[in-house]
Write a protein that binds this ligand. Sequence first.
Ligand code: NAP
Ligand code: GCO
Ligand code: CA
Length: 268
Amino acid sequence: MSGLMNKFSLEGKVALITGASYGIGFSIAAAYAEAGATIVFNDIKQELVDKGLAAYEEKGIKAHGYVCDVTNEEQVQEMTALIEKEVGVIDILVNNAGIIKRVPMCDMTAAEFRQVIDVDLNAPFIVSKAVIPGMIKKGHGKIINICSMMSELGRETVSAYAAAKGGLKMLTKNIASEYGEFNIQCNGIGPGYIATPQTAPLREIQADGSKHPFDQFIISKTPAARWGEAEDLQGPAVFLASDASDFVNGHVLYVDGGILAYIGKQPQ
Ligand code: NAP
Ligand code: GCO
Ligand code: CA
């Protein structure tokens, strides 16, 4: 591989992708494995970790799976210490685990709002805080936070998620600011609308066999006129985890097919 292309290699690196039994996290982990990284992931339940291990195995990837609720600081600290002992110090962290609750704000309970903030914003803080000391010792590190269109835009029913993902964008900039001097780069990836279990309700075929109205809406708002696939995120994720992005810091890379640039298809 040429000198330049070597910069995109993740050979010899240990990558922790949170909540990566399936969905976007799984797809990013599979790309990191192809780029040479050792894959570590966690999920909240053993059966999901087992399911994830089997899915990685099927792709020829020998992953390391841990049961850990990323909102629980004690569990995260324990998991990080175990990973360092059993696999190695973490070079790359992808804060991917996330939930969404689609409820009109005035119908949402404070507990529901807090739960979304806990997983989508507090957890990236907790996991980043756990892995940064090891990165400082090693003299390098990459943290990639999975942000969202809702880091920039609001919409009905996703107040907690938008607040969390907006905060995650600023946490990304702050980690970049505070730890850049230790050769740690922290960036975000802002996926557009991606076809995963999380967005399945927005793509459900209607009783009359027609597309979900939201499905049609997203197609009209996306210049690429399609939903994204988790695979669309693999190249940008490898770039941000590799030496090729050593001078990119505090940036959110939107992988959205052009949604943020586009006012939407004009009425025909
Ligand atoms: P997904 O299919 O719902 O997967 C989310 C993953 O996070 C699951 O493995 C889930 O495990 C795990 N998780 C949730 N809470 C956890 C916790 N407390 N501790 C550990 N793991 C936990 O979601 P996705 O579509 O792949 O999205 C992944 C990330 O991308 C999320 O941060 C999401 O906000 C973001 N995103 C998604 C889209 C999209 O269009 N799909 C677009 C932009 C951003 P369980 O199954 O056990 O809950
Ligand atoms: C929603 C969707 C979005 C996507 C993603 C867009 O209900 O609007 O779930 O939030 O998941 O975050 O970038
Ligand atoms: Ca580097």
